[in-house]
Design a protein around this ligand. Structure first.
Ligand code: NAP
Length: 459
């Protein structure tokens, strides 16, 4: 088999593995296998690429592999699960910048000779690559707290952004007819970099996961365009898969929050004025002790755990499993209620609970568990806030009105584990904490769960 055939074969095998990997990742049980298949696919794609005859020297490539591999390994090893969204944002920025650089170098080398088709792909790649780079960097900075997480807005912002986009797209079209105009090419690139910043600054940190998944989709489409520009099949297939899966994921996340994509992108959700609206909290928060809660849990028939972002920050997944085991040993039926946007990334809770070997059969989706709350003796909310906020259901004025919630307030008793009076990611007050049915158990979620387990064992 000659090298060209072998390269195409590795690309085909890699593409099939990417598709199987994505399919595997659609269910928690097969997600790990899916990830491994995709990793193997990527390895094949790299091997195939390294065999290309056009490569004149390997020094720069090896240097890139060593630096990139080192940075990737360090990030995988040291970045905590809770910082996964900002880590992903950085990866998107790198990927998109790489796509933009490939496009720039292709234009620099062959600009004048490029046909209209290649020029379309190349301009598209550079435009999307550039805006995704800066957009992802701003998303990273917001999520990491390096810049203010609340929306940054100014008068006439939407008009300004639309004009910027129109001029960038105008240059894109112009270049299809006059590909030799380097000024138009580099101006379009510069404006796309600026547009990336402008696109993300008015969006609040709470909506960053949606934005990132959208940027992921842009990075994928930029990679696919790179594939067209340099005639590389695996880039076209992998980029398209990435592009569309990212887009579908953004839509699914918007649906789970009952928001439209336009509202996420242009609604400046989470701004101070919105956070002040729909307060709806009267009464007092009732503090409870671990011993009181332990008695309730030990003599309950059904307990539902509701994990949220706080479970992730406290790394309390093993502690909750421990408590569940103790309760199950006493004959209590234990279930876990999973909200699609609990935590900070899709599937966040599934991943954490899977790490602690919580059986999938014990995980219940929103639609399955909500009808069960009235028959539940104790709903234990572990570091969740927005996803159990009854205002979303009861208060049409609330900024999160209509967002589907886990209706824990319909349980016979609710215990909320959190450290203090901290708000959820939306910055809104939560009337659940003031309801007579609710008891607040303050402290780090992991510590509280350990104390509860000990107290149940003694009950
Ligand atoms: P949340 O609303 O952000 O609330 C987390 C709560 O955990 C806080 O109120 C905090 O209160 C508590 N907490 C933090 N650290 C803790 C610790 N160590 N121990 C105990 N408690 C701790 O979380 P959520 O209910 O999971 O909601 C997720 C939010 O992210 C939603 O607004 C959702 O729309 C948004 N979002 C998620 C996704 C996604 O893909 N998952 C995508 C887009 C948006 P204290 O500070 O008082 O402890």
């Amino acid at each position: 088999m000659n090298t060209t055939y072998f390269i195409e074969f590795t690309y085909l095998a890699a593409s099939i593995l990417f598709i199987l990997g994505l399919k595997g990742m659609s269910h928690p049980e097969s997600a790990k296998r899916g990830m491994h298949l995709a990793e193997f696919g990527m390895l094949l794609a790299i091997i195939g690429t390294l065999l290309h005859r056009e490569i004149v020297s390997y020094e720069w490539i090896i240097a890139g592999l060593v630096i990139g591999g080192g940075v990737g390994a360090a990030m995988a090893y040291w970045v905590p699960m809770t910082a996964m969204p900002q880590r992903t944002a950085l990866s998107h920025a790198f990927g998109a910048f790489a796509a933009a650089l490939v496009g720039i170098s292709e234009y620099y080398r062959h600009g004048a000779e490029l046909g209209q088709l290649k020029m379309t792909a190349l301009s598209f790649e550079v435009m999307l690559g550039a805006l995704t780079t800066t957009g992802s960097l701003i998303a990273f900075a917001k999520l990491q707290g390096l810049v203010r997480g609340t929306p940054m807005t100014f008068k006439g912002q939407n008009v300004f952004n639309m004009t910027l986009l129109a001029v960038t797209l105008g240059l894109f079209v112009y270049l299809l007819f006059v590909p030799t105009s380097a000024t138009a090419f580099y101006t379009m690139m510069g404006l796309a970099f600026v547009f990336g910043v402008m696109l993300v600054i008015p969006i609040g940190a709470a909506d960053m996961p949606v934005v990132m998944s959208l940027l992921n989709s842009y990075a994928g489409l930029a990679a696919a365009a790179t594939g067209f520009a340099i005639s590389n099949n695996v880039l076209i297939i992998a980029g398209t898969l990435d592009g569309f899966s990212g887009f579908i994921l953004s839509i699914l996340m918007c649906r789970a929050m009952n928001r439209s994509m336009t509202n996420v992108l242009f609604g400046a959700f989470g701004s101070e004025t919105m956070a002040a609206a729909g307060d709806g909290t009267e009464g007092v928060m009732r503090e409870v002790s671990p011993e009181d809660v332990a008695v309730q849990l030990a003599y309950a028939r059904q307990v539902v755990f509701v994990p949220g972002y706080g479970l992730a920050t406290a790394q309390a997944q093993y502690a909750v499993r421990e408590l569940a085991n103790t309760l199950e040993d006493r004959g209590v039926s234990v279930k876990y209620a999973i909200h699609p946007v609990a935590g900070r990334m899709p599937g966040h809770m599934n991943v954490l609970l899977a790490e602690a070997n919580v059986p999938y059969s014990a995980l219940y989706e929103l639609e399955q568990i909500n009808p069960e709350f009235p028959q539940t003796d104790v709903a234990v909310v572990i570091g969740a806030n927005d996803v159990v906020n009854p205002d979303a259901r009861d208060n049409p004025q609330s900024p999160i009105a209509g967002m589907p919630i886990l209706e824990v307030d319909r349980a016979r008793s609710v215990v909320v584990l959190k450290r203090g009076k901290g708000k959820g990611f939306s910055g809104l007050e939560n009337p659940l904490f003031y309801k007579p049915v609710t008891g607040m158990l303050y402290g780090d979620a992991k510590d509280s769960l350990v104390r509860l387990t000990q107290a149940v064992q003694q009950a």
